[in-house]
Each structure stands twice: as structure tokens, then as C-alpha cells.
Design a protein around this ligand. Sequence first.
Ligand code: CA
Length: 337
Amino acid sequence: MMKTSLFVLLGILALPALAQPARPVVIAHRGASGYLPEHTLESKVLAHAMGADFLEQDVALTKDDVPIVIHDIYIETISDVAQRFPERKRANGHYYALDFTLAEIKQLRAQERVNPRTGQPVYPNRFPPGKSSFQIATLEEELQLIQGLNKTSRRVVGIYPEIKQPAWHRKEGHDISRIVLPILRRYGYATKQDPCWVQCFELDEVKRIRTELGWEGRLLLLLAMNRKHPDGTSAEAWFTPAGMMEVAKVADGIGPELGAIVSGSSKATRKVTDFVKHAHAAKLIVHPYTLRADDLPKFAESMDDALEVLFAEAGLDGFFTDFPDLPVKWLTARGLR
Ligand code: CA
């Protein structure tokens, strides 16, 4: 009798541990974008080979409603569009993907991100802009690539599509979520058991994706600090335990900037915030963005130092990084994968 009770007690004690994710995940931010131009299929191949658990897709629409994988809704920062179609910019100086058909998008050369004002690379030590030959990929091309690699490598690397600026797309007459979600389902990403997270910065759209559009897969709300989201909400409102409970009604995870997880502007002054604690209490997974070896957060003095505080001290469930090989190595060395 005593033995049984003890067993039951131990079983109950073990439950919270079992409810935690098995190990932190590494999400390749725009692919292995520290090494190859962001969101090119080449950067996704490299991230897959480096052992990332998830590969990120930022998704925007073309004029003919084809989802393509690009970070911004405009394309002059990562392509030669200004040279090829100089007359196609809008009054604000941007060349919007939504103003080009897929056939036109496919005529462009993709390249390492540059500052359009100076023409200089945003990250000077990365792949040289304008070199070699890259294209902008459609979402379907990328899903086919990842599923093909999963087959040949006998690994399951997940996808992490972000619906870019849905309120803006709808204002322009294009319902991006209604176009993207059926494609995900068609490729086998439909439930929370499937290796897929859908992410979005707009809480109104996250709610709509879950309710009106009936998405049953995993869903993450992204948070940008110190600025209003396009749907009028602000990130800080969701940092409280009550706010996180509200988010958890529709989302499975929450993705803030790294500064929400660790505050302070140096190693000496840094402090792990209550963010992860509050999120986990609301049963939200936490996947912040973005760890870059060539643009470290101010609270860390090296990549190893950043990994130590984020994984070991803050207890994150994973994060977005331009350098997926580094956390994979760090976790492997500690027996965590
Ligand atoms: Ca993104």
C-alpha cells in the first residue's frame, strides 16, 4: 500500500517535467542567413544540413496571389528590382512584391540584404551582395525542397511560416492568410502534431486564423517592443500574467525580442526577466528573435555567453537565429540533443 502511494506520488511529481518540451529547438531565421542570402533556397539547404529543427519562411503575396518567401512586403533591399523595373516603385520609394506578378519576380536576382540608401550591405561580413546567382522562391518551392531534404536525410525538419502584414495585404485587397493556410494543409501541415508553427505579429489575425479560418496547427504571436503593431495592439500589454493568459486562448506560443527575456545592456547588468516564467505559467512556448553572432545582444559578450544565459538561465524553449550551427553545437556539447 505504502509502495503504491509512493509510486503514485512520484508519478504526480514527474508530470510537470514530462509536460515540458523535450529539448530546446533551433529555428533557422530566414535560413542560415548568417552565411547565405536570406530566404534563398540555398540558405535553407545549409540550415537543414546544419541541424536546425525548424526553417523559417516569411510569406508575402505577389500581384497574382502567389505566396513567396521574403522578409519585407517590398523587395528592393534583397533584389535588383530597382535596376530591372525602375519605373515600378510607389510614391514612397518602395517596390512592393504585391505590384509584381510571379513571372516578374522570377526575373529578379536575389541577393544579400543591403541598405537601399547607401547600397552597402547591412551585415558587412556576410555573403557579398550581387555575387553568384539566387532567386526569390515561392512558398511551395520551399516546402517541396524541405520535404525532399527530409526524405533524403531521413530527418524531420519543421517549417515556421510567418504571415507578413495581413492587415496591409487585406487593405490592398489580398487575404494572405486565406491563401497560405490551405497550402500548408495541402503539404501535410494541419495539426499540432505536424512539424509546423504559424507565426504573426498581429493579434487580431492570430485570433482570426484560429477561429474564422479554423487553423488547428500550432500558432505563435510575435511581439515587437516599443512600437504599435499594425492592428493597434502593443507588445507590452501582453507581458503580464493576465495578458499571457489572454494570448494563450488562441496561441500556443509567444515570440518577443530577446530584450524581453534578458534585460540590461551589459553582462554585468543583465537580468533574466519574468517573461518566460509568466509565459510558461500560461502554457505558452517561448521562441524569441533573433540571435546573431555578428550583432550580439548587448547583454552578452560572446555567442557562448548569449547561449548560456538564454538556454541555461532563462530556460527558453528555443529561438530564432541567423547562425543555426552555433546553438546546435552548443546544445550537442551539453548532451541536450
Ligand atoms: Ca520572420
